[in-house]
Design a protein around this ligand. Sequence first.
Ligand code: HEM
Length: 512
Amino acid sequence: MSMDNRTLQTVGIAGVAASAIIAALTAKYNDRPLFYEHPEGIAHKGGYPIVGNLTRLLGNIDRIYDFQTEQFEQVGALTMTMPVAGNPTAVMTIDPQNVEYFLKGNFKNYLKGPKFNSSLRELLGNGIFNANGEKWKYQRKAASHIFNVKNFRDEFTDVFVKEMLLMCNQILDKAAVKGSIVDFHELMFKFTLDSFVYLGFGVQLNSLLKKEKVPFAVSFDHLQRLGALRFINPFMPLTESIGKFLTPWKMSTADHVHAVDKFAEDVITQRRKEISEGVEGHKDLLSRFMNTLNENGEKLNDIELRDTVLNFIIAGRDTTAQALSWLFYNLSLQPRIEKKILEEIHDKISDDTEKDSPALYEIINGLPYLHAVFFETLRLHPSVPSNQKYALEDDIWPDGTVIKAGYYVNWSPYAQGRSTQVWGPNAKEFYPERWIDEEGNLCRESASKWPVFHAGPRICLGQNLATLEALVCVAMLLKRYTFKLVPGQQVTYEFSLTLPMKNGMKVYVEKR
Ligand code: HEM
């Protein structure tokens, strides 16, 4: 046999062998990534050979939380896996007893894992959302001091009312007269940004008075979406590298990071200047962090303060603005609920009460139906729709699920809120009455059944602040206006860390 024939024969044999190996691997891993074994005893949703559920997941990215909800329904379990090529083993659950267990009962075993840390490093740094252990503890302690009843009653309510009056007088009254269209979602973002930046850092931003979105907010939103994509799309490193060459005219990730850094830097510089000029008396979040010691017993440096500013803006701006937007969206679909809120606030909140913050604070606290509407909004549209942690050691959950060290655990307040197994047959219906008992009192659900504010030692520090802010806003708006959705638009969410509206929400405003 000539040399060429021998080579051809060898190549032929190698080809057949390779095809046989691929066929064998495809037959064995016919619904999952190569070498992935379904964890024993956990229901799973199989996908395609080699890629598992990767293509299904990426194909559904614009409706990812509904997709997740459907997967639980199709599998018929509250705890399951859904292997995705390129992503680590993750166990997903919407079972309240499991959620309570890993967020509270065995809190120590579940951390923000390496994937969370690396995906969000450039935006969150080592701030409270991205920190574990002692680094997290000192931040939680420093921040917790500002969330006290005195601040709520005497200061926070005042700021929210002032910002709302600005919104009403400068934007909504004018839009009502002109009949112009308002992007309600954008307005809510500006309201919560201005309120929080003032409460937390003493800076009067006045973004409500600016026509465009503030440049900082553009970069901030971009980086959040990027971080979220890195969680689920294993091709992101490649996409990000190629993107730099294909679209060099677009702002790069580094440009966006620079924009958010600059914003934080300006806030810190302004405060340092005020201190050097002898301006005293700040008792806000920034001064707390400037006077606190980190886990090494040292004063915080500028990078740590930058992380504080940015982490708290995500906490204070996005979540509440989104909750407010989804609340008004739900009201627009069910006028009977809006009518019931109006009946509740009727006569209770006058123009005079709006000028008396402690009185307004007490009145708002005593409105069960308004609270119920807010809670119901978060049940169906949780501002943090899906979340994950990382198991340090082997564990067994209350439902018997065996968790191995290094697994990711993923829970979905969005899918849980819509699960008929958890919330009953009308789970998908917006029905605030489920939060009211027979005597007309508000009955709040446990954090395990309704983990929209998280649970356990890391439960949301700002939940009362957010509730107050949202309810002041709803009461003041509904007293003055009716909002009508502009026909023909699609109101839907965008995939990100939180639950923003993809195209905003355009409304017409009419004065009552
Ligand atoms: C509707 C509004 C809000 C919702 C739904 C919400 C929800 C949440 C959730 C789910 C977490 C856990 C995030 C995680 O660690 O993965 C969280 C944490 C946190 N939230 Fe909120 N939040 C809201 C408003 C606020 C506001 C207005 C503040 C004010 C500063 C705030 C401050 C915080 C802080 C500091 C944490 C970190 C707690 C820690 O890790 O110890 N939140 N929130």
